[in-house]
Design a protein around this ligand. Structure first.
Ligand SMILES: *Cc1c(COP(=O)(O)O)cnc(C)c1O
Length: 467
C-alpha cells in the first residue's frame, strides 16, 4: 500500500474513489442535516470530511466507503452542533463539583434567570422616575440585609472581585499578606499574582504556619494600602499554627489607618457546623469583625450563580464601583437575577429547604440510606448499599466529609471493570457521573436531585444489562 501510494498515477485513481461534494449533499441523510442546520455549515463539513478521507489515502490507508463517509458526517454534525452544556446527573457525592458547574440553582433562581433572559427588564431603569437606575442598587440592599454590611457590589466572579478591590484601593501601594495565606486558589489563580496584576505590591509577613498581629504591625509603612486576609479554602494547615483573629487585624488597621480586606472564598451564609462539618467563615462574621471589604463567590456555599460579591463599608464600595475595571468585570443580567432570587431564600429563612446545595448538605444520613435502599430495590442484585462519604468540593472545606450511603456496584467480575461501567454510565441517555472506589462504582444519592432519580435508575439498569 505504501509503495503504491507514492506513485502519482495510482494516487489519482485512488482519489477518484472519493465522491464529489454534490454527490454527498444529495444523499437523504445529508439532506436532513441541511434541513436541521444550514446548507452553508453542512457543505463546509462535507468538504472537510472529504479532505480527511483524502488525507487517509495519502497516509496509505483505505478510503472510507460512501456509507462510512456519510456516517462520519452525521456523527460530526451531532457532536459539534449538539445543545451544550449537556445535563448530567451528579452521583459523585461531591456537592460543589467544579467540573460539573458548581452549584445547581433553586427553581426560583432558575425562573428568575429565565425571566431576565427572555424579555426586557428594569435592570437599569428606575420604574418610579423613568430615569436610568443602577443594576447594583437592588442586589446591594439584599446583600446588605443578609451580611449586615453597609453596601455591596456584585461582579462576574470572586477572582475578579478581588482583583477589582485591590486595583481600586491599593494600586501603587503595599498590601500585607500572611505567608500562610499567599495561596493558589486553583486554575492558576494565585494571590501574589492577583496582587501584582492589580498594581499593588505584596508584602509577606510571618511564616507558613504561624503569623501574629504583631507581624502585620511591624510591616505597616506610610505606603501600606491594605491588609489582606485570605481564607485558605482548599487546604488545611494543622498542628503548630497561629493566625490572628480578624478582629485583631481590624483593631490594628483602625489604629494605623489601614483598610482590612478579607477574601472569604465561599460566601457561606449558613453555619456549616450545624451539619456536622467544620465551621466555614461567614460573610456576616467578617462584617461583624469590622473588615473594610469582604469578598466571596456566588456559586460556592452561597448556592447561587457564578458571581463575585464585595460587601462592606459604603465609602469603600463607592470607590470600588467607580473604578474602570468594575465595568470590565460587570455581571450579566441572568446571573444577577438568579443571585437576587437565591439571596431571597436566605432573607425568607427558607435556604435549607430551597437552595439545592443546602438541601444536600442537610440531608440526614438516614435519608441518604433510605434513598440508596430504594434505588437498590429497583436495580436488584447487581448492586448493594454501602456506607460512603460525601464531600463539599469546590475547593471548600478540604478533608471534611458528610456521612452518607451509596449504591455500590462491584465490578471485579465485569468486563472492563469499574472504568468500563463508569464510561457506560457517562454515555447514558442522561449521563450519570459516579465515583470509583476499589473496583466499585459508587452512586451517592446526596447529590442527585429528586427529579433525576428515574433517569438515573434507567441509565444504571441499561448499563448493567448492556455489559
Ligand atoms: C474560590 C476562591 C476564589 C475564586 O472565586 P471564583 O468565584 O471562583 O472566582 C477566590 N478566593 C478564594 C479564597 C476562593 O476560595
Amino acid at each position: 500500500m505504501n509503495s503504491e501510494s507514492s506513485r502519482p498515477q495510482k494516487m489519482t485513481s485512488k482519489f477518484k474513489s472519493l465522491p464529489s461534494v454534490e454527490k454527498v449533499l444529495s444523499d437523504d441523510r445529508v439532506e436532513m442535516l441541511v434541513q436541521k442546520y444550514s446548507r452553508k455549515v453542512v457543505v463546509d463539513l462535507v468538504r472537510s470530511e472529504i479532505d480527511a478521507a483524502r488525507q487517509t489515502i495519502l497516509d496509505g490507508y483505505a478510503a472510507p466507503d460512501f456509507d462510512r463517509l456519510v456516517q462520519a458526517i452525521e456523527e460530526s454534525a451531532e457532536t459539534n452542533w449538539r445543545e451544550w452544556p449537556t445535563h448530567v446527573i451528579n452521583a459523585t457525592g461531591v456537592i460543589l463539583h467544579t467540573n460539573l458547574g458548581r452549584a445547581p440553582l433553586s427553581q426560583e433562581a432558575t425562573d428568575a434567570a429565565r425571566r431576565a433572559a427572555l424579555g426586557y427588564s428594569d435592570l437599569e431603569l428606575d420604574l418610579n422616575t423613568g430615569r436610568r437606575g443602577s443594576r447594583q442598587a437592588h442586589i446591594s440592599n439584599l446583600m446588605a440585609e443578609v451580611t449586615g454590611a453597609e453596601a455591596a457590589l456584585v461582579v462576574n466572579n470572586n477572582a475578579s472581585a478581588l482583583m477589582l478591590g485591590l486595583a481600586a484601593l491599593a494600586v501603587g501601594k503595599e498590601v500585607i499578606v500572611s505567608r500562610g495565606e499567599a495561596v493558589e486558589i486553583g486554575g492558576g489563580f494565585r494571590v501574589p499574582d492577583v496582587l501584582r496584576q492589580s498594581g499593588a505590591t505584596l508584602v509577606e509577613v510571618g511564616t507558613t504556619n504561624r503569623t501574629y498581629a504583631r507581624d502585620f504591625e511591624a510591616a505597616i509603612t506610610e505606603n501600606t494600602g491594605a491588609i489582606l486576609a485570605v481564607h485558605a479554602s482548599n487546604f488545611r494547615v494543622m498542628g503548630f499554627t497561629h493566625a490572628p483573629e480578624l478582629a485583631e487585624l481590624v483593631e490594628l488597621g483602625a489604629q494605623r489607618g489601614v483598610t482590612v480586606l478579607h477574601d472569604l472564598g465561599s460566601g457561606c451564609l449558613l453555619d456549616t457546623a450545624a451539619y456536622g462539618i467544620a465551621h466555614e467563615p461567614m460573610p456576616q462574621e467578617s462584617v461583624q469583625a469590622g473588615v473594610g471589604l469582604g469578598f466571596f463567590s456566588g456559586d460556592k456555599l452561597l448556592g447561587g450563580p457564578q458571581a463575585g460579591i464585595i460587601a462592606g463599608k459604603r465609602e469603600l464600595i463607592d470607590i470600588v464601583a467607580r473604578h474602570p475595571l468594575a465595568r470590565a468585570v460587570r455581571i450579566d443580567k441572568m446571573s444577577m437575577a438568579a443571585l437576587a432570587a437565591t439571596v431571597l431564600h436566605y432573607i425568607k429563612g427558607e435556604a435549607v429547604d430551597k437552595v439545592p446545595i443546602w438541601r444536600m448538605i442537610s440531608m440526614s444520613e438516614s435519608e441518604a440510606a433510605a434513598k440508596a435502599e430504594r434505588w437498590q430495590a429497583r436495580i436488584g442484585g447487581a448492586a448493594s448499599v454501602e456506607k460512603a462519604m460525601s464531600t463539599i468540593g469546590g475547593g471548600s472545606l478540604p478533608g471534611e466529609t458528610i456521612d452518607s450511603w451509596a449504591l455500590a456496584i462491584d465490578c471485579r467480575n465485569r468486563t472492563g471493570g469499574a472504568e468500563a461501567l463508569a464510561k457506560a454510565l457517562r454515555e447514558g441517555d442522561t449521563p450519570v457521573i459516579g465515583r470509583i472506589e476499589d473496583e466499585r462504582v459508587l452512586l451517592d444519592p446526596r447529590t442527585v436531585l429528586p427529579e433525576e432519580e428515574d433517569a438515573l435508575l434507567a441509565v444504571v439498569s441499561n448499563a448493567l444489562v448492556g455489559s
